[in-house]
Design a protein around this ligand. Structure first.
Ligand code: HEM
Ligand code: HEM
Length: 178
């Protein structure tokens, strides 16, 4: 189950980078490529990933309680991985309602105010924490050797993409003020 969860999580990561870059280009008014199938597929995969991850977490906690592992409660990274996942789940609601809604077959934009900007940046930050804390575990799941350089490559690429996404939200906010 861990391997399947790892494969799904990596798929989500790829879709996230593609959706985020397209979304940022959209918000910067550079290109208007809206691929709804992509965002919906990503969301469904995230739900599957969250369910599998919760099952895996319950198993880990049970094993730790059984073996009375003394370090368990102090494993901060373990909890950071879970907390950031739950935060993503909560904040995705604010993301999906940040841009617009359809009523009577007409798509209406909602003003992108400061509240929406802050929730989108928090959303991006929780994804960043989740990726930073999970890069090494997922490479271990796939049995990758020489973890450090590989994790570094992935984190560099994802960081650049996510800074671009943050710029997208900020430029979109500024465009609403003009
Ligand atoms: C876990 C991460 C994310 C998930 C699950 C997600 C999911 C979604 C979903 C479900 C929609 C609604 C589209 C629809 O009506 O079908 C959407 C829209 C949108 N997202 Fe994201 N998103 C994520 C991250 C991001 C990021 C980081 C950006 C910023 C660059 C972004 C930019 C946009 C934009 C601009 C839209 C509105 C335009 C459109 O409909 O494509 N998304 N997203
Ligand atoms: C942008 C969306 C997301 C991405 C890119 C992502 C990515 C990942 C990756 C790469 C892993 C490591 C898997 C492994 O160790 O084999 C992971 C683990 C985990 N994720 Fe996510 N995830 C996302 C959303 C979520 C959400 C919404 C939750 C909600 C509960 C969540 C909860 C977890 C948990 C609890 C683990 C640890 C599972 C374990 O190995 O015991 N993730 N995630």
């Amino acid at each position: 189950m861990r391997k399947i969860n790892g494969i799904i999580a990596m798929l989500v990561l790829v879709l996230f980078v593609v959706h985020g870059i397209l979304g940022a280009l959209n918000m910067m008014n550079i290109a208007t490529v809206i691929v709804k199938v992509l965002s919906r597929t990503m969301l469904s995969l995230i739900v599957v990933h969250a369910v599998l991850s919760i099952i895996l977490t319950v198993r880990s906690v049970r094993t730790a309680v059984k073996t009375k592992a003394p370090y368990f409660r102090h494993n901060r990274v373990f909890w950071a991985r879970r907390l950031s996942g739950i935060l993503i789940m909560a904040l995705v609601f604010f993301h999906m309602t940040a841009f617009g809604y359809t009523s009577g077959g007409v798509f209406r934009l909602v003003p992108f105010d400061v509240f929406r900007l802050i929730t989108q940046i928090l959303f991006l930050l929780s994804v960043a924490v989740h990726i930073i804390t999970n890069v090494k575990p997922v490479l271990i799941t796939f049995g990758v050797k020489r973890l450090r350089p590989k994790a570094g490559d992935i984190l560099f690429f994802v960081s650049v993409a996510m800074l671009f996404m943050a710029a997208g939200f900020i430029i979109y906010y500024i465009r609403w003020q003009l």
